[in-house]
Design a protein around this ligand. Structure first.
Ligand code: V0V
Ligand code: CO
Length: 146
């Protein structure tokens, strides 16, 4: 059902400086970046490796776009650090339904739009031993001209 670590979400105060740390220290380059206004984040995805389910694993560096966002509130309380983990699945609706039936709070009734056109939802950290947990289904690959 859940077939990879899709990403680890890391909250930071200054996205550009944090991207530069990961580039200079480890050699990781930005694969994709975007602003997600609904989630209140500016983010950079650093691709670490491809995975056997046809997906990939990333680090997701997150800077808040507003103080009252999930990441903004978390940073004010905790400072920089690991904010969430995300598992990849071919079917986020089914995975979320299955996990909800086990008594874990799924935060959204319907998955929302995440990085690179993915569909995402979150599990409440208080039901997951303190770990904010995201479920992700990647967007299908763009059609090619053949
Ligand atoms: C809060 N808590 C956490 C936590 N955030 N625990 C572990 N990890 C976190 N990241 C704890 C917090 O310490 C409190 O515990 C309790 O949960 C309630 O927190 P709060 O500060 O009062 O905040 P709330 O309840 O207003 O919001 C917490 C939730 C919120 C988890 C509901 O952050 C949320 O909706 N998160 C989902 C959306 C999100 O995180 N978006 C940003 C990433 P105590 O002190 O009471 O014990 S966007 C993203 O990943 C994208 C776009 C993508 O991947 O594509
Ligand atoms: Co995420």
């Amino acid at each position: 059902m859940l077939t990879r670590i899709d990403h680890i979400g890391i909250a930071c105060f200054d996205l550009d400086r944090t991207v530069e740390f990961y580039r200079a220290t480890y050699g990781f380059e930005v694969f994709h970046s975007e602003v997600n206004e609904e989630q209140g984040v500016r983010e950079a995805m650093l691709k670490i490796n491809e995975t056997s389910d046809g997906g990939a694993s990333y680090l997701q560096l997150l800077e808040p776009t507003r103080e009252d966002s999930a990441v903004g509130k978390w940073l004010a309380k905790n400072g920089e650090g690991v904010h969430h983990i995300a598992f990849g699945t071919a079917d986020v609706d089914s995975a979320a339904g299955d996990i909800r039936s086990k008594g874990v709070r799924v935060l959204y009734d319907e998955p929302r739009i995440g990085s690179m056109g993915s569909r995402i939802t979150f599990l409440h950290p208080k039901d997951c031993h303190g770990v904010l947990t995201e479920l992700v289904t990647s967007a299908p690959p763009a059609p090619t001209d053949h």
